[in-house]
Design a binder for this molecule. Structure first.
Ligand code: C5P
Length: 230
């Protein structure tokens, strides 16, 4: 029988990636960033100069888009390893994090063909279990039988503040809180209203509102929930 699966879903900028990586390290599980896969397809589409709204052209481009992800081991406790991403031969680890990719990814992720192809890859990755998988629809569609489902949220103000801090730490050009809130809201709106596998809390997911909690506190709570159940 398979090893446990932890599903971590939630809106943009709730801190899912950092938390999910740390939880995976703590529990000795693998980690899969499914958002990176949607970002990789988006990068590929934009690089080919295909209109992201052209579903037929996107589906064609998808056919020759080989995505590879590799998460490096933690560098120190509390310092999770980086997930490196490739499409075909090109390493796009940084390129999938640009504002341009971020602005278009929800358009690509709403397309049924894209979701069907990536869903299959994600399910294959989790066949043996033993993984913390992070995204929007893991608990609802990818692994509805996951042993633990967490829905991680934070107020939009808190998420915009965190994003602003991240940009600063990465020496990126400053963006106003208002502009960040607007971009986050817009992406959540698109992700929550699409027809296929919208962002939604699974009925049996545990909602964790992270306003005012440190990363360590959130990780502790999830590890405790896991240990309670298994
Ligand atoms: O998690 P991240 O913000 O990198 O995800 C980027 C985008 O990928 C999301 O805004 C959403 O449109 C899409 N996504 C999705 N389903 C997932 C993970 C991500 O639709 N499981």
């Amino acid at each position: 029988s398979r090893q446990p699966i932890v599903a971590i879903d939630g809106p943009a900028g709730a801190g899912k990636s950092t938390v999910a990586r740390l939880v995976a390290d703590r529990l000795g599980l693998m980690y899969l960033d499914t958002g990176a896969m949607y970002r990789a397809v988006t990068w590929h589409v934009l690089t080919q100069e295909i209109d992201p709204a052209d579903e037929v052209a996107v589906a064609e481009a998808l056919a020759n888009c080989q995505i590879r992800l590799a998460t490096e081991p933690a560098t120190a406790p509390g310092e999770p390893g980086l997930t490196r991403v490739w499409v075909n031969e090109a390493e796009i680890t940084q390129a999938i994090r640009t504002a341009e990719v971020t602005a278009q990814v929800s358009t690509i992720a709403a397309q049924p063909t894209v979701r069907k192809v990536l869903l299959k890859q994600q399910q294959e990755y989790g066949t043996q279990g033993g993984v913390v998988m992070e995204g929007r629809d893991i608990g609802t569609h990818v692994f509805p039988a996951a042993e633990l489902k967490v829905f991680l949220t934070a107020s939009v103000e808190e998420r915009a503040r965190r994003r602003q801090r991240d940009l600063l730490a990465q020496n990126q050009p400053p963006v106003s809180i208002e502009a960040l809130e607007e971009a986050i809201d817009e992406r959540d709106r698109k992700d929550s209203t699409r027809r296929v596998a919208p962002l939604q809390k699974a009925e049996d997911a545990i909602e964790l509102l992270t306003d005012g909690l440190s990363i360590e506190e959130v990780v502790e709570r999830i590890v405790a929930l896991f240990e309670d159940r298994l």
